[in-house]
Design a protein around this ligand. Structure first.
Ligand SMILES: [Zn+2]
Length: 434
């Protein structure tokens, strides 16, 4: 530092220019190295799911710096003259990276439109056109060339520990759908906030797609089923409740029989208005009866009401009106010989349609329950481990199920033979086998 304070202005600038030239040379050398690393897929072997992860995690580049180097290196692969342009300073790292991003988006857009992709001559022309421009000027020119491909990129920016800014460009089709959704959810989201809308959509999508939620639902259903099979077990939650709450809880409780009073005397409510008209002899209750508070049904009253239920069902059967919530699949329906036959027929049909066990074992289809168990066991992460460092990949993106012993060689669908791998490591593994 002392040396710098003592040298002349001219020497300072000359030295600085030399250092910048060395920096460019160094940058170019790094890009050449990155090209070989990518060609050899070394980052995969070392346990990184992508070149980007390797640069940010192993080489400590910031996300932006890593992205610019990877994009420029790929542009160098497509257009070799980029090397000399970077060395001479005719094109900067950020402009080269913008050009590569533009080419990728433009090709993607053309693919969707099924029009021809950018030809090498067009790419050369584009590069020459943007030579010597600043990053901002480059952006302006790209917007002029193709407004669609030069739209701002999606990005997330943390604003605080609990808040993040999300930016993306929505097309008119998405905006129309959003508008429709805003109308449909206006009762719960009167201001039409995108955050609430996005949260609702995320919840819906996770309910459908998240294997962990599926496992939770399955376990809940299993518990409910087991509770139904032991109806004599008292429901502790129903004790010491006020009567109104008692009825409400009984209706909600999966392992409690629906109170006949809740619907039987007013059969029309449970069976629909049409039934009330078609079956005039159905027992009904008057308004005054409904308004009088009734104590919880005693066993004797319950027996009487059960008779009413059976009569109601019989009448409905005669009128050929389906009983809502009491169809053959409901366990509230008495198991008549007709129902038993139906069940047997269904079971036979199911067995007939089921393929033999040996065929099931050799199908590539993996049952969803097994997939979900593997996902839960592997904590939703890629299980690849680098052979030397034992570094785990741990990626949560593009996950696939991999057979440790290949399916094509007789490997089976089992918890022991299956594991989660990210797409890159799955492909890497299959390439090693070839
Ligand atoms: Zn991986």
């Amino acid at each position: 530092m002392n040396r710098l304070s003592q040298i002349s202005n001219n020497l300072l600038i000359t030295d600085l220019k030399d250092l910048v030239a060395q920096e460019r040379e160094m940058l170019l050398e790094i890009l050449r190295y990155l090209k070989v690393v990518e060609n050899r897929q070394l980052y995969l072997k070392m346990g990184y799911p992508s070149q980007f992860a390797f640069l940010t995690e192993a080489l400590s580049y910031s996300e932006g710096a890593a992205q610019r180097r990877i994009q420029t290196m790929r542009l160098m692969k497509a257009l070799p003259e980029v090397e000399s342009k970077i060395e001479s300073g005719e094109i900067s790292l950020s402009v080269a990276s913008q050009v590569q991003g533009f080419i990728q988006r433009e090709d993607k857009r053309r693919k969707i439109e099924k029009s021809p992709l950018l030809q090498p001559t067009e790419k050369h022309k584009l590069l020459n056109q943007l030579e010597g421009t600043s990053s901002r000027e480059c952006e302006r020119q790209l917007v002029k060339i193709s407004p669609e491909a030069a739209m701002p990129l999606e990005k997330t920016k943390p604003l605080s520990e609990s808040k993040t800014l999300i930016q993306f460009v929505a097309n008119s089709e998405l905006m129309n759908k959003n508008q429709r959704l805003k109308s449909l959810t206006s009762h719960t989201n009167p201001e039409g906030k995108y955050e609430e809308l996005f949260n609702k959509l995320t919840e819906l999508a996770l309910d459908k797609l998240d294997p962990e939620r599926r496992v939770e639902r399955r376990e809940k259903r299993k518990k409910q089923k087991s509770a139904k099979q032991h109806p004599s077990t008292p429901n502790p939650s129903l004790k010491e409740l006020p009567y109104a709450d008692h009825l409400k809880a009984q209706r909600k409780s999966p392992n409690t029989k629906k109170s006949p009073r809740a619907w039987a005397p007013c059969g029309a409510r449970a069976l629909g208005g049409s039934l009330k008209r078609k079956v005039p002899d159905l027992p009904t209750c008057s308004r005054s009866q409904q308004q009088v508070p009734t104590p919880p049904p005693t066993p004797a009253v319950e027996k009487e009401l059960s008779k009413t239920v059976l009569l109601t069902k019989k009448a409905a059967k005669q009128a050929q009106v389906p009983l809502k919530g009491l169809g053959p699949s409901s366990n509230k329906t008495p198991m008549t010989s007709e129902n038993i036959n139906n069940h047997e027929q269904l079971a036979k049909k199911k067995n007939k349609n089921s393929p033999p066990t040996s065929a099931v074992q050799r199908t590539r289809h993996i049952p969803t329950q097994l997939k979900d168990r593997i996902y839960q066991r592997d904590h939703g992460k890629c299980q690849y481990q680098a052979p030397q460092s034992h570094k785990s990949c741990g990626s949560t993106y593009f996950l696939e199920l991999d057979h440790r012993y290949p399916f094509s060689l007789g490997g089976e669908h089992s918890e022991k033979n299956l594991r989660l791998l990210c797409k890159s490591h799955n492909l890497y593994g299959s390439e090693l086998i070839r």
